[in-house]
Each structure stands twice: as structure tokens, then as C-alpha cells.
Design a protein around this ligand. Structure first.
Ligand code: NAD
Length: 317
């Protein structure tokens, strides 16, 4: 019988909790770790986890704790590692570069080291669209020359791709780096734009826009991301880097107009200069994922934002 055990790092977070739920629904055994760091309110993460904690094997701890990570691999016959735990977020990475390096680089090495020692079948890890920096050509393709990150966060994610390649070369284990493009949907991190703007709209507070509102992003609905991750897992052989986006873009101002329409509220806008580390645009070429991993994102912005706002109302009243 195929070993279906999956190990998800950062399982109590936004993407990790969605991935855990879909894996459980497919009858897989889920093992997870999270340290409930205070990047945002840990209560939110405990709530995410409480949706399924009784159905998984959970370790409350830090991926930088080598003894704990070794024990997790020893105690569980892990087939696939989904490594999502990280210090996320571009702007805060300038405030605490040492912590970003410690978690994202050292933590990732510890996960790979144990995964390789215990002979897992596959490792998939979260990279980011931010590795493209302000690359001149759009849409961004995996084959582009992209060694110009503009934030500490992006630099750690690009370094993760290099680390991962080394671990793959050493072990022969199939490894994939997943370049997520701004993920949104229920349980999105509270400091991310869509969540922040929705909260401001409902509370009649000003929305601060950095730049002229014309910067744009390729926003990806979380269900599309999770389907993409599992599609890559099943077909993965060798080493790969894969964009997971929607191949559609929305400007910041259009995002706000859409949210106004869906919430029925009117935004109070406050324009500020662009922030250090913020890229002007993201736009994913998804040809590689579609051709090789059957990726087929389904959710347009309007329906995805509708689902997000529905969740927001149900959760916060
Ligand atoms: N959300 C996005 O739009 C997006 C885009 C690109 C890349 N990513 C990447 O995807 C991954 C998941 O992102 P998310 O939005 O779900 O973030 P999240 O912050 O909601 O989830 C990350 C989880 O990892 C945990 N964690 C952090 N450091 C840890 C440590 N040292 N030990 C154990 N657990 C730790 C956190 O407590 C959190 O629950 C991250 O690697 C992030 O960089 C996310």
C-alpha cells in the first residue's frame, strides 16, 4: 500500500491549514508542526488548527529545534514533506533580518537534513513570487534570470531554492520549490492587503495605499494553490521550480473598487509613497504548471473575493 503520510510545517498558518484539510479529506495521515509565533495573533493560528487538530499528529515546536525535527521524522513514516513554515512578509523582513535568515534558512536546512536522512519520497517547499523582484519582463517564467531580489524576505526564498537544489543533488529525492503568487481566501493572514482592506472597509477606517494604485498583483485563490500543490506532488520527479498563480492581474485600485462593490462600503483612501521592498507588479506565467502538473486554476477575482468577504462576515460579524 502507498504510504500516504504527509508532514506539513507551518500547519496552523493560512496555507498550511487549508492543505491539511484537503489532505485529510483525501484520506491521508497528516503530521504537522507549528510554533505559533507572534508574527500575527497566535490565537488565529490555534483556531485554524482546532478545525482538524484531533485528526492529526501535531507537534507544538520550532523547525529550528533539530532534536525535535529528528524525533518527528523518527516517529512518523513520512512520505511527503510540505515545508511551509517561514517568516513571511516583505516589509517586516527589514526590521528583523536575522530572524528571517534564522527561520527561513537554518530552519529549512534542518527540515531538509532530517527529510533526507530519513529517506522521504518527496519534498515540496514554499518559495514566493517575490523572488522575481522588479524583473522587467512579464509574465514571470521559471526560466527567467531572477537573481535580483529587493527584500530580505525575497532573498531568503531565493536562497531556499538554491539550498533545495543542493539537497536534491545530494540525495536524489524529488524536490519542488513552489512560487506562490499572493494567495488569498478564507483565513488569509490579517496583515495581507485583501484582509486589511476588508477590515478597514467594514470599520469605516482609512485604507493606506502605497504608490499610485497602479501597481498590480497576480492574486491566487487558496483552493487553486492547494490543488496545484497536490498536483505537483503526484507528478513530481527530479528537481523543479513551479509558479502557482492565476495568470491574471489586478491593480491595487481595482482591488479596492471590487471590494467596495462586494462589501457595499466606500473606501476612504490615503495615498503614501511606495514602501521599501514592495515590487511594482507580479504576473505569473503558469504554462509550466499547466503543462506538466495538470494545474488549472478555477477562481476569478470577483468570485474569490466574494468567498473571502463571506468568510470575513461569518467570522467577524
Ligand atoms: N500567503 C501568500 O500569499 C504567500 C505568497 C508567497 C509565499 N508564501 C509562503 O507560503 C508559506 C505559508 O504562508 P502563509 O501565508 O500560510 O503564512 P502563515 O504565517 O499564515 O503560516 C506560516 C506558519 O508557520 C509557522 N512558523 C513560522 N516559523 C516557524 C518555526 N520556526 N517553527 C515552526 N513553525 C513556524 C507560523 O506560526 C505560521 O503558522 C510561507 O513560507 C510563505 O513565505 C505565502
Amino acid at each position: 500500500m502507498v504510504n500516504k503520510n504527509v508532514f506539513i510545517t507551518g500547519i496552523a498558518g493560512f496555507i498550511g491549514s487549508h492543505l491539511a484539510e484537503l489532505c485529510l479529506s483525501k484520506g491521508r495521515n497528516v503530521i504537522g508542526i507549528d510554533n505559533f509565533n507572534t508574527f500575527y495573533d497566535p490565537k488565529i493560528k490555534r483556531q485554524n488548527l482546532s478545525r482538524f487538530q484531533s485528526n492529526i499528529t501535531f507537534y507544538d515546536g520550532d523547525i529550528r529545534d533539530r532534536d525535535l525535527v529528528t524525533k518527528i521524522f523518527r516517529e512518523n513514516n513520512i512520505h511527503t514533506v510540505f515545508h511551509l513554515a517561514a517568516m513571511a512578509g516583505v516589509r517586516p523582513s527589514f526590521q528583523n533580518p536575522t530572524l528571517y535568515a534564522d527561520v527561513n534558512l537554518n530552519g529549512t536546512n534542518i527540515i531538509f537534513e532530517s527529510a533526507v536522512r530519513s529517506g522521504v519520497e518527496k519534498v515540496l517547499f514554499a518559495s514566493s513570487s517575490s523572488v522575481y523582484g522588479n524583473a522587467p519582463k512579464v509574465p514571470f517564467a521559471e526560466t527567467d534570470d531572477i537573481d535580483h531580489p529587493i527584500s530580505i524576505y525575497a532573498a531568503t526564498k531565493r536562497a531556499n531554492e538554491k539550498q533545495a537544489k543542493v539537497w536534491h543533488e545530494l540525495s536524489g529525492i524529488p524536490v519542488a520549490g513552489l512560487r506562490f503568487f499572493t494567495v488569498y481566501g478564507p483565513r488569509q493572514r490579517p496583515e495581507m492587503a485583501i484582509h486589511l482592506f476588508t477590515r478597514a472597509l467594514f470599520n469605516h477606517q482609512p485604507i493606506t495605499l502605497f504608490g499610485d494604485g497602479k501597481t498590480y498583483r497576480d492574486y491566487t485563490y487558496v483552493d487553486d494553490i492547494i490543488a496545484g500543490i497536490l498536483g505537483i506532488e503526484s507528478a513530481l520527479a527530479g528537481f523543479d521550480i513551479v509558479n502557482l498563480g492565476e495568470n491574471r492581474t489586478t491593480t491595487l485600485i481595482d482591488l479596492i473598487r471590487l471590494l467596495e462593490k462586494i462589501t457595499g462600503e466606500t473606501a476612504i483612501l490615503n495615498f503614501e509613497p511606495m514602501q521599501r521592498g514592495d515590487v511594482d507588479r507580479t504576473f505569473a506565467s503558469i504554462d509550466h504548471a499547466c503543462t506538466n502538473y495538470n494545474y488549472s486554476p478555477q477562481t476569478d477575482m470577483e468570485s474569490g473575493l466574494g468567498k473571502f468577504v463571506e468568510w470575513y462576515r461569518a467570522t467577524f460579524g
